[in-house]
Ligand binder design. Structure first.
Ligand SMILES: Nc1ncnc2c1ncn2[C@@H]1O[C@H](COP(=O)(O)OP(=O)(O)OP(=O)(O)O)[C@@H](O)[C@H]1O
Ligand SMILES: [Mg+2]
Length: 598
């Protein structure tokens, strides 16, 4: 199998079965078929072995007692050994096939789902916990195994039961009829319980994935837990979901158990009744010893088959419904998708037009009828109180979400008409809270341009004033940064993010509080770099620290999702509005700038 068979897929089939057949099984059919055939061979033993037993008894029955029977029985014994060895070989081969099929199948399923989940828009991620996403992928994996293994086994068992009963029919039809009757009785029993079994299995799956999501949430917030001495609170917080899961598991087992426990007693009584029946037939010379042995062998065999079959049904319902539920959660349609005829965005000038844009996450509008045109190469600063919608605005520009009303155009093209990849390729974006991969510093910087040379990476790091601290780490550019970049300081993380954006070298630059965690000296150094970088590049910079935006061509003040002021730093100060008020606060109660001006 090729290593990179990444298929960019923006669509997932509606049902789990279609998902398996369309996305996961192709390429593995040969192995699936082999597995099924060998399973069939394996199960055929249940028809063959009662015959073998009958044969053995008949052989001894037929041999004249007290004579040298070796010559007589030897050929048959050899044949029987051959049959047994044949079945052992089948089992070994089948096991080998499983050992090939299972890992590949798991890999495929996990791959397809992981690829798809990566395409989900931001709202998918903010509404789900990473832990429950991986739990759901696991359920889908188990579901495929259930389908290939258990469902096929069920079918085969059914066939073998019918075959055995038919063969038994030729030996003793009364016993055969009793078997069939018992089987139907049990099937009805399980069928009656199927809803309970299914519901309880679904509950077990959903409480399970909710629990693992919550546990992981705690892990990733471990700092906060320690900080607020929250260990025992975390313990208590998990109590309820844990109890729910335990309860759900117990109930699921209960309904499963009920489905086989009651019929088990019937069988035990049936066994006695059948033996009595055989004794009766034997005493009347209506049944040979070999037929009795055969009947009993079939009895045990069919009983075992039926038990496994019936027990398998809840397992199948359980496995498949957990998988279906997991799949449903993962396969939600993508919110932001490329149009079928989406073109590639090619930014020549970098003009950005935000036209009457309104946006809400859920109920409340965050941006209302907002319009802003940014000229090619213009540098615009956005300021405004926390929660005003600044990040939301740039998220829309990146198309992490789609606008509800209005439109965003780049160089006159609606960003909904171009591919998301080409849009994002044209924008270097430094987010407010840059996360890092738990990979090396080099990998993190080069993420946007994996083909970058070491010299280019170093240059980008120098630009972001990051080279110095990187060279002081023990493995320099090969230092691992820890989960989400935990082994770096906030300011170091920001500088790596800046280096990454610089290396990407896109025509549009967006900085969302890109330097908020830096000391003044480093910030000044980086400001200079940015000035060079933003030269002739359309730039949007968001900052709370207003001094960072002083040299912008224009500053826009956003409040409650609307632009309330706009102008140059000096112009806005003169205006004496919100910006001037904020500036005054930040410069320590007096208008430093105004003093400078005078
Ligand atoms: N994924 C989300 N789902 C629901 N509401 C959200 C989501 N993200 C942000 N919000 C809400 O939207 C509003 C604007 O958030 P946004 O992040 O755009 O503010 P901001 O201006 O960037 O603030 P800050 O200066 O603190 O970064 C806030 O009230 C926030 O609660
Ligand atoms: Mg923000």
């Amino acid at each position: 199998m090729k290593k990179s068979d990444y298929a960019n897929t923006s669509y997932m089939p509606k049902t789990l079965l279609k998902f398996y057949f369309k996305k996961c099984f192709p390429g593995l059919y040969k192995w699936i078929l082999l597995f099924m055939v060998f399973r069939l061979f394996e199960y055929s033993g249940s028809v063959v072995f009662p015959y073998v037993e009958r044969w053995i008894v008949a052989m001894f029955e037929g041999a004249p007692m007290g004579t040298a029977i070796y010559a007589y029985v030897m050929p048959t014994i050899l044949l029987l050994v051959g049959i047994n060895m044949g079945y052992s070989t089948i089992a070994i081969i089948r096991d080998h096939i499983s050992s090939v099929l299972r890992p590949y199948l798991n890999r495929k399923i996990s791959q397809v789902l992981t690829d798809y989940v990566h395409l989900q828009s931001m709202s998918f991620w903010v509404n789900r916990m990473a832990g429950s996403i991986s739990a759901n992928i696991r359920y889908c994996n188990d579901g495929a195994e259930t389908l290939i293994n258990n469902v096929w086994s069920m079918v085969l068992r059914l066939v073998m039961i019918v075959l055995n009963s038919t063969l038994l029919f030729t030996v003793n039809r009364y016993i055969a009829l009793t078997f069939i009757g018992m089987f139907i009785l049990r099937a009805i029993f399980v069928f009656g319980l199927r809803k309970k079994i299914k519901k309880s299995a679904e509950r077990r799956a959903s409480t399970g994935s909710a629990l693992s999501g919550k546990i992981l949430d705690g892990f990733s917030n471990n700092m906060a837990v320690r900080l607020f001495a929250g260990e025992s609170r975390e313990h208590d917080y998990l109590e309820k979901p844990r109890a729910e899961h335990v309860n759900a598991r117990r109930m699921a087992s209960f309904w499963q158990r009920l489905s086989w426990a009651v019929p088990a007693y019937f069988w035990d009584m049936m066994f006695g009744a059948t033996l009595i029946f055989c004794a009766y037939m034997y005493s009347r010379d209506m049944m040979k010893l070999s037929d009795i042995v055969y009947s009993m062998a079939v009895y045990y065999n069919v009983m075992g088959m039926i038990s496994s079959l019936i027990n398998e049904i809840p397992t199948i319902i359980d496995g498949m419904s957990s998988a279906a539920k997991g799949y449903k959660e993962l396969s939600v349609p993508l919110e932001v998708v490329d149009k079928p005829n989406a073109t590639t965005l090619n930014v020549k000038h970098g003009k950005i037009e935000i036209k009457n844009v309104s946006f809400k996450y859920k109920n409340k509008y965050i941006l209302r009828d907002l319009s802003l045109t940014i000229k090619p190469g213009e540098r615009v600063g956005i300021v405004g109180p926390s929660g005003a919608g600044k990040t939301t605005l740039v998220n829309l520009l990146m198309r992490f979400y789609d606008v509800r009303r209005g439109a965003i155009l780049i160089d006159g093209v609606d960003i909904r008409d171009v591919t998301q990849n080409s849009l994002r390729e044209n924008i270097s974006f430094i987010p407010q809270d840059p996360a890092m991969f738990n990979r090396t510093i080099r990998d993190n910087i080069a993420y946007g341009r994996p083909d970058a040379t070491d010299a280019e990476i170093k240059r980008a790091a120098r630009f972001a004033s990051a080279d110095k601290f990187i060279m002081l780490t023990d493995k320099k550019y090969n230092t691992m940064v820890g989960d989400r970049g935990i082994k770096m300081s906030g300011g170091q993380r920001q500088r790596v993010a800046i280096a990454r954006a610089f290396l990407k070298d896109a025509p549009i630059l967006i900085l969302d509080e890109a330097t908020s965690a830096l000391d003044s000296e480093t910030e000044v150094a980086i400001q200079k770099s940015f000035e060079k970088l933003s030269h002739n590049r359309t730039t949007i910079a968001i900052a709370h620290r207003l001094s960072t935006l002083r040299n912008m061509d224009r500053i826009v003040v956003l409040d409650h999702g609307q632009i309330i002021e706009s102008g140059t730093h000096k112009g806005l100060l003169r205006r004496g509005g919100e910006y001037a008020r904020l500036w005054k606060m930040q410069s320590g109660g007096f208008l430093q700038e105004e003093k400078d001006e005078k």
